[in-house]
Design a protein around this ligand. Structure first.
Ligand SMILES: C[S@@+](CC[C@H](N)C(=O)[O-])C[C@H]1O[C@@H](n2cnc3c(N)ncnc32)[C@H](O)[C@@H]1O
Length: 301
C-alpha cells in the first residue's frame, strides 16, 4: 500500500514532497549549550576537518558531513545527534530557567536534554517514559550531556502520578507522543512497511490519554506542546480537537522560524475546531528535513 498517497489532498506541491521523501536525511547535530557554545563546537569541527553548515532558525543546530556520534564534540557531550525537526518542540515550548517541566514521553532523551539546556540546567525536567528498556538510553544521554536538572520516572503517562513530588502541578509539559512515525521515512525507508489504519486508530487513543493527563498536570496559565513525527491527521489535529473539548485549554500561535503549513480542519469526513490551524505541519520538502507536527496549548484560558 502506498501510505503517503493518502496525504495528497492536504500537502502542497505533493510531487516535491514525494521526491524529497526518497532522499536520505542530512546529518544534523544540536549543540549542547550546557557544556559548550555553538562557536566552540564550530571551531572543534573546523579543527577536526568536519565540514559544517549552520541553520538560520537556530544557531545550536548544525548540519555536518560526518556521522553525529563519531565526532570529538559528541564524545565530550558538546553535541548531540538530533534530527532538525526534532529540535522544534522544545523551542516551541520555550521553558524558562527554574521552571518545573514534564516531558511525558522522554526516551531516549533528545528533547529532555534540549529542554534542560534551554532552562540553563536550572529547575526540573521530569523525564518520564513507560518503556523501562528505553530508560537506560535516556539516563545515558542526560549524563553524557551533563544535565543535572532532570529526574527520570517510569510511568504510563496516561495516569501520570505526582505523588513522589513535593508539588502538585508543572509549569509546562511536552508530549512527544508515540506515533506511526510516517515522517521518519527518510531516516528509516522501511518505516511504512507495517503501517495500518488499525495501528493509527489505536495509537491515537493512547495519544489522547497522554495529552489529557499532561494538560491536567499543568498549572493554569501553563503551556503544553503536543508533537508527533507523523502526517496522519487522526494522530495530530484529531487528538488536539479531542482535548479542546475534553480539557480546559486553548491553542496558541507559535513560530520557530521554519517553513510550515497550518493544521488541517477537515479530514476523511471529520471536521475539527477552526483553531487547529494554529498547529504547524513541517513537511520534508519545506526545510529538507523529516516530517513533524507540533501544537501549542495554553491551560485554563
Ligand atoms: C517519539 S518517542 C519519544 C522521543 C523522545 N521525546 C526524544 O526526543 O528522544 C515516544 C516515546 O513514548 C513512549 N511511550 C509510549 N507509550 C507511552 C505511555 N503510555 N506513557 C509514557 N510513555 C510512552 C515510548 O516508549 C517512546 O519512548
Amino acid at each position: 500500500m502506498d501510505v503517503l498517497e493518502r496525504y495528497e489532498p492536504i500537502i502542497d506541491d505533493f510531487e516535491a514532497f514525494r521526491a524529497v521523501c526518497e532522499r536520505p536525511l542530512p546529518s544534523v547535530v544540536r549543540v549542547n549549550t550546557i557544556k559548550a557554545t555553538p562557536e566552540r563546537v564550530r571551531r572543534a569541527f573546523d579543527e577536526a576537518g568536519v565540514e559544517w553548515e549552520g541553520r538560520e532558525w537556530n544557531d545550536a543546530v548544525l548540519e555536518i558531513d560526518a556521522s553525529p556520534g563519531t565526532t570529538w564534540p559528541s564524545f565530550h557531550g558538546w553535541s548531540h545527534g538530533q534530527e532538525e525537526v526534532s529540535a522544534i518542540p522544545p523551542v516551541a515550548l520555550d521553558p524558562d530557567p527554574g521552571q518545573r517541566v514534564l516531558d511525558a514521553c522522554a526516551a531516549p532523551g533528545g528533547k529532555t536534554t534540549q529542554l534542560a539546556a534551554l532552562m540553563d540546567d536550572e529547575g526540573l525536567v521530569v523525564a518520564n517514559d513507560n518503556n523501562l528498556g528505553r530508560l537506560s538510553a535516556l539516563r545515558f544521554n542526560t549524563e553524557r550531556l551533563g544535565v543535572t536538572a532532570a529526574a527520570v520516572t517510569n510511568q504510563d503517562a496516561r495516569n501520570f502520578s505526582l505523588k513522589e513530588f513535593p508539588f502538585e502541578t508543572f509549569d509546562a509539559a511536552l508530549v512527544d507522543a508515540p506515533c506511526s512515525c510516517e515522517g521518519t521515512i527518510r531516516k528509516n525507508p522501511t518505516t511504512l512497511d507495517d503501517w495500518s489504519e488499525g495501528h493509527v486508530r489505536s495509537v491515537a487513543g493512547v495519544q489522547k490519554g497522554i495529552l489529557r493527563r499532561a494538560i491536567q498536570a499543568t498549572r493554569e496559565g501553563g503551556e503544553v506542546v503536543y508533537a508527533t513525527c507523523t502526517f496522519a491527521p487522526e494522530e495530530n489535529e484529531a487528538v488536539v480537537d479531542h482535548v479542546l473539548d475534553a480539557e480546559d485549554c486553548r491553542l496558541v500561535e507559535f513560530d520557530v522560524g521554519l517553513d510550515s503549513a497550518p493544521g488541517v480542519t477537515e479530514w476523511n469526513g471529520e471536521e475539527y475546531d477552526e483553531s487547529v490551524r494554529k498547529a504547524r505541519r513541517y513537511y520534508p520538502h519545506h526545510n529538507d528535513t523529516g516530517g513533524f507536527f507540533c501544537a501549542k496549548l495554553e491551560v485554563g484560558a
